[in-house]
Design a protein around this ligand. Structure first.
Ligand code: AMP
Length: 131
């Protein structure tokens, strides 16, 4: 059965897309730690990030760097935090989330609430800043 992220890649489930190329996709996390919290995934369906082949793994990080640069242009923050958890969705992904201190990358903390319009306009802004 395809993962929920594979269904996003195929378009069966919608997402707030911020960037895409042939091999990778970045979209806003639907339960964000902070405004701009983004997930970057390879299109190949592999559960554990360290099971990716080296080329896809390196490419995922290179793509994430470009996405992080775009997020940083849109969301004021100290820097973009990077995390890999993968306990909820069995499809490799990198979390990118704006941080101003270590407490901002605490995945047990209360998530923020955004409405559809906020998600949509934020995704468009980050996409416009993506080079
Ligand atoms: P983890 O697998 O523990 O790294 O967490 C998976 C992340 O995916 C969580 O932060 C969820 O909020 C996020 N997530 C789950 N389903 C969706 C979805 N349909 N669209 C965007 N983000 C999602």
């Amino acid at each position: 059965m395809p993962s929920i992220f594979s269904k996003i890649i195929s378009g069966d489930i919608p997402c707030y897309k911020v960037a895409e190329d042939e091999q990778y996709l970045a979209f806003l996390d639907i339960n964000p730690l902070a405004k701009g919290h983004t997930l970057v995934i390879p299109k190949v369906e592999v559960d554990y990030i360290f099971d990716l082949d080296d080329k896809t793994y390196s490419g995922l990080f290179a793509f994430s760097k470009r996405v992080a640069t775009a997020i940083e242009k849109v969301v004021p923050c100290e820097r973009i935090g990077v995390a890999v958890i993968g306990l909820e969705v069995p499809h490799a992904h990198i979390h990118l989330s704006p941080i101003n201190g270590i407490h901002d990358l605490n995945f047990t903390k209360q998530r923020i609430v955004m409405n559809q319009e906020e998600y949509s306009s934020l995704a468009k802004e980050i996409n416009a800043a993506f080079l």
